[in-house]
Design a protein around this ligand. Structure first.
Ligand code: NVA
Length: 306
């Protein structure tokens, strides 16, 4: 498999995603066999926003592959302000063998990829969170033998995480329901793209604004109602979002057996503490761990092309 960057879910084919899932599981099963995969390689990691899982899972994942990670926070100001995104890309390409970037705008990701001479990995932007979606499907593949038989629902704010999840579900042929309050769904272009992909793979894609119409599901997924960089006040959205809270009652009504959350969790908002902590349903820490194996699979694949 060859990929030159990892920027957005809809730039990957079904076979590329399935290969990445399989490789993540293989690396997880025998990490020692990959301990030199990035030997002598350095990865520059730009973070315009806070991060716990992404930062740590990339840093430690790169170390497990024998490479070196460099964390770049906001000491150089916002991308594109102190210097152009293109110059950032060209300068980092002088030293680093790959760039991982968590940014406000997807344009910064495409700008980095356009001007860097090394692979660029999207570690979250306003539109996508492809590393998260890949880890999510690694997690689902561990739980269910046949992904095409899984019914997955994302309940809450339509955002970067739900966009990536929806696109990967559509590409892989997984039935996907997106339940979010009116006005908080995906943009029309993103949804139309996912619809076209779902049609190709033969899966169902449903968008509903009625929290009582989620239907029978195997897995419920949720994320924060207010993403990083969004200055919406919780008090202003609470009433519209509360019916979409993921809790034990929703698990029972839908028949879902597992709950996912990309974290950080805002307990008693998008998910109840009792459900988040309920080991019968919650696989959020398996999901968090799989961030690392999934990203290692992306890195190994990108460097295999070099
Ligand atoms: N939608 C969230 C994801 C955090 C991992 C955000 O962008 O803040």
């Amino acid at each position: 498999m060859t990929i030159s960057h990892f920027l957005a879910d809809d730039l990957q084919s079904k076979s590329q995603i399935l290969d990445l899932i399989a490789l993540a599981k293989t690396i997880k099963g025998s990490p020692a066999e990959y301990s030199q995969a990035l030997a002598g390689k350095s990865v520059a990691m730009i973070f315009e926003k806070p991060s716990l899982r992404t930062h740590v899972s990339f840093d430690i994942g790169i170390a497990k592959l024998g490479g070196h990670a460099l964390y770049l926070g906001q000491q150089n100001g916002k991308l594109g302000e102190r210097e152009r995104v293109s110059d950032y890309a060209k300068n980092l390409s002088c030293y680093a063998d790959a760039i991982v970037a968590r940014v406000f705008s997807h344009q910064s990701i495409t700008g980095l990829a356009e001007h860097a001479s090394v692979p660029v990995i999207n570690a979250l932007c306003d539109l996508y969170h492809p590393c998260q979606a890949l880890a999510d499907f690694v997690t689902l593949a561990e739980q269910f033998d046949d992904l095409t038989q899984v019914k997955l629902a994302y309940v809450g704010d339509g955002n970067n995480v739900s966009n990536s999840l929806m696109l990967v579900a559509a590409i892989l042929g997984v039935d996907f329901t997106l339940a979010c309050p009116e006005g908080y769904g995906p943009n029309s272009e993103m949804f139309a793209n996912a619809q076209a992909l779902a049609e190709q793979s033969g899966s169902k894609l449903v968008l509903t604004h009625d929290a009582s119409a989620i239907g029978a599901q195997d897995v419920i997924y949720t994320d924060t109602w207010v993403s990083m960089g969004d200055d919406t006040k919780f008090a202003d959205i609470e009433a519209s979002f509360m019916p979409f809270q993921v809790n034990h009652a929703m698990m029972e009504t839908t028949g879902a057996t597992k709950v996912l959350h990309c974290q950080p969790a805002h307990l008693e908002h998008e998910i109840t503490t009792a459900l988040f902590d309920d080991e019968k349903y919650s696989i959020v820490f398996e999901q968090a761990e799989n961030r690392m194996w999934a990203q290692m699979a992306v890195l190994v694949t990108l460097f295999a092309n070099q």
